[in-house]
Design a protein around this ligand. Structure first.
Ligand SMILES: Nc1ncnc2c1ncn2[C@@H]1O[C@H](COP(=O)(O)OP(=O)(O)OP(=O)(O)O)[C@@H](O)[C@H]1O
Length: 265
């Protein structure tokens, strides 16, 4: 993991900020074009190593907030700080470097259709220059953990929605990012697999990744005791974990899961 301050002013990023905050929003507002303001004065901090759910009804702005975090969107007002740097007006040239520190699971997956599941997941490792022998070892292991051992060579158009989603998750976590942003990552899978995926996120979190997961799945939110950022009517409230109901089903069945202290792959 890199330190929060390993990029200097020459990066075109603003300086300053709390070194322990991976994400900080200060009085952020957002509107699309000439539409209404969908966020008003949103303020929150994700400390390094924290795990939060992002909740709110459909249209409350969960995807938009994640888009602000990975700088696909810029705030109309206020300030966004990432990894201790003010990135509110950071030039586009710094985006690839910032995004290499993030794993993002998009609601629409954004897989590369002409590449196999194996090659889609291997992509961040190849970009990072990881030796091919390591890739051949780690990628199948992770795909097996998400239940896709028999689909390594499958191309996305031949996969179901839930299978594509799991490839997208594997791609997002394979290089153990500093920050994981996931938009409805369990929206297309059954309860057992959803629980398994949440355990994967928790293992990643134990290794230091800061995690933010947008979800509608209240049952899942109740099973995993993490605080919530809740969006409602343009505002954001930080809420404690929901009280637990039923325990999470065992995630033990299936391939051995990655453990804290090891690479997740
Ligand atoms: N590209 C866009 N142009 C204009 N308005 C948009 C755009 N994307 C989102 N919006 C509006 O912003 C608001 C928040 O949308 P967003 O997709 O962030 O909500 P969400 O909470 O992720 O919804 P869902 O749970 O249904 O995915 C909605 O009113 C939506 O219509």
């Amino acid at each position: 993991m890199r330190e929060a301050d390993d990029e200097g002013p020459e990066d075109g990023l603003g300086s300053g900020g709390d070194g322990a905050a991976v994400v900080r929003f200060d009085q952020v507002g957002l509107r699309y074009d000439l539409g209404p303001e969908i966020f008003r004065d949103i303020a929150f901090t994700l400390d390094a190593g924290s795990f939060h759910f992002l909740t709110g009804s459909s249209g409350a702005g969960k995807s938009s907030l994640l888009g602000l975090c990975y700088l696909a969107l810029r705030p109309t007002r206020g300030a966004v700080t990432l990894f201790g740097r003010d990135v509110t007006r950071a030039p586009r040239t710094v985006l690839p470097r910032l995004r290499r520190r993030m794993g993002v699971v998009f609601q629409d997956f954004r897989l590369i259709n002409h590449l196999s599941a194996m090659d889609n997941v291997a992509l961040p490792l190849r970009v990072a220059g990881v030796p091919e022998s390591d890739i051949r070892h780690h990628v199948p292991e992770l795909l097996a953990w998400v239940g896709l051992a028999d689909h390594l060579d499958a191309r996305p158009p031949t996969l179901s929605g839930g299978q594509k989603q799991r490839v997208a998750i594997a791609r997002a976590v394979i290089n153990r990012p500093d920050l994981l942003l996931a938009d409805e990552p369990t929206g297309n899978v059954d309860d057992r697999i959803a629980t398994r995926l949440l355990h994967l996120f928790e293992e990643l979190n134990k290794m230091g990744t800061t995690v933010l997961i947008a979800t509608h799945n209240e049952q899942l939110v109740r099973r995993f005791p993490h605080p919530r950022l809740h969006l409602d009517a343009g505002g954001l409230t930080c809420l404690p974990p929901l009280p637990a109901t039923d325990p999470a089903p065992a995630a033990a069945a299936g391939p051995q899961r990655p453990r804290a202290g090891q690479r997740p792959v």
